[in-house]
Design a protein around this ligand. Sequence first.
Ligand code: MOS
Length: 766
Amino acid sequence: MKDTHAYHIDGAVPETPENRPGPETWRETTVVGTRQPRVDAYERVSGTAVFPHDVSLPDMLHGAVLRCPYAHANVLSIDTSEAEKMPGVQAVITADTPGADMPWYQRRDKAYGRLFDKHCRHEGEEVAAVAAETPLQAADALRAIKVEYEELPFVINDDEALAPDAPPVQDGGNLAGEPSVRERGDVAAGFAEADVIVERTYKTPCQIHAPMEPHGSVAKWDGNRLTVWDSTQGVFSIQETLSRALGLPMSNVRVIGHYMGGGFGAKLETGKYTVFAALMARITGRPVKLFLPREDCFIVTGNRPANTMTIKLGARSDGTLTAMEYTSLGSNGAYRYNAATSTMAAYLYQCPNIRTEDTTVYTNTGKARPMRAPGFPQCAWSLEQAMDELAAKLKIEPVAFRLQNLPEKAQVRDGMPYTSNQLAACLQRGAEAFGWEEARKKKPTEGHLRRGVGAAASFWVYSGGPPSTVIVKLYSDGSVNINMGASDIGTGTKTWAAMIVAEELGVAIDRIQLEHADTATTQYATSSGGSKTVPSDSPAVLAAAVEVKKQLLRYAAEQLEVSVEDLELRNSEVVSRTDPEKKVAVTDIERLGRQGVVIGTGYRDPNPEGKVTWPFAAQFCEVEVNVRTGELRLVRFLGAHDSGRVLNRLTFDNQVFGGITMGVGFGLIEERVLDQQTGAMVNANFHDYKIPTMLDVAASHACLPIDHPDHEFNSTGAKGLGEPATIATAAAIGNAVADALGIRVTDAPITPEKLIELLHAQRKEA
Ligand code: MOS
């Protein structure tokens, strides 16, 4: 399909139909790969889509959570007697409520805390919950609960957590497991071989997921059956945790998540609020809705932890990397997570001698959660800036330097082949489309404005796979129903599913309906995270459609008295290849009419063994810096992405622009700020914690999909995109700033204040 949008580049025309990889039927597609508006676009923009936050049931109560105001404290006593007498209050629960004092875990994990823990290890830890007739009555009741706290000394800074006198956050101390170390070759020998070495320490901010829809649930009991509407990335995972927490068979727990207003990794876990809602609904015999206030979403529902990374890189004068040493420190917050960042450093470039070390500590801060490519944007910020610095010292153009050091095979285990790796194409074609060489030579300077360009590369490590089961039903009138368990977390899952079925069965998109993300009525799928929904579930959708088609052809063959092999499905008609007179419209297939429906079940096949199935990307940007004010303006951005086959070009572009926007927040704007005196977060709202708006992103965005189907990986040839879209962004900006000013900014976000200080220091030196 011809791309007409002014900001898109249409250089990424796939291979000719003859040499395009993949099954014959998908060499030329008419629906897959086009720009398809979302199947639920009308519902989303008209406000008729029912998000969990919109769910309102008859007789419903409203829940609220009382949280510890201190960074570290013991709860000595809780008195709920006043609160229980407040108008409208129907339930109050605490650690002292029978049935509410339970261990806390996710799915099949070991417990790592309690539902209510009287040892509060961070600001916002849960102390009590109430349910009342109205939200305001619930809020009033919280204020009437009397809690006696013993304040404890706290530690909120990662670099202080391991000091001998640091207050212990967890019983075992503040080191969250031994540092994880990866070693390859001989690092000392590698550096001895190097002609040029660079070494710096980089820091990245603690970033908050900040989804538009707050975290929350609505819980309702029918006898011993529980139904929960949850703003989640995966209903089946919530079902499993709830069933275990409440001691119910999984079949008694129904979780529905038809829409959700953003998660970015924060909504993979089950929230304690969901269990509170379920417990209070059981106590009162009425449905309970419990959504968190915005402040709580900033403080307790997760973050991308801050990281400190020291990277040392060595290369020979010909530009060959010889050694890398990489250490990373980050915090879980108060409970278990993993703040490691080193994966990309270990595998992005060919390097025989490597040592990486990741240390994770506990601090008295809100628990971290996976956030859009956990660890990777942090790593890119250090690795990709170090690569640029090294390239400059070697006097090698930075894109060429990267191309020179790309591995032939993934350096995992003894070297595993890739099913596909188009990183070189991302770098080369991205540079070409961006006008990289020209932009590097010609940097317009106007008054106190300086321009620069930067690039950064990345891969992503999760790739998807089984299990996934999908059912496709074709009704006697030719319309179709798709049944799949995956959540559409705003990324367009339902739309590509409809496109695949439309492609395979020749049914118009508007004749297709979807059932999804409901544990009681749809098929098992893993959570929508890890950028793996497309590669995990799209092959199951295709397999189900193929199954329907097979049956249809068999029924038509009986009716037309020809062999099945002779038939094909074209535009809702089954036609003989040899005798075009022999044909029957799908809706005239007699057996379909008698049966009422044809049902196909599709399963996700396993991935190839011993192969690496990662997506890749290179991003390019141009910045303009005002050297008098420190203001930075993004002039343009280009994302060149190898995510295998493009299923929907429209939502592909959406993901790339959205990922870049989130990366702009990470690189330039966002940062959790903690009060050093109290340990409390001081910018826990959208006024003080800024996320990028249209005024902060580049005026010109381009998306360049390499669109190289990976059919060795899976049957649709598609790889993931959601996380790859944000990994390289901040690093590319950092490199562009260095190009514009000759200043290497090591601490993200790059604020005007930091730039002014660094410019001042630069002038003093000169
Ligand atoms: Mo993602 S951080 O797996 O939603």
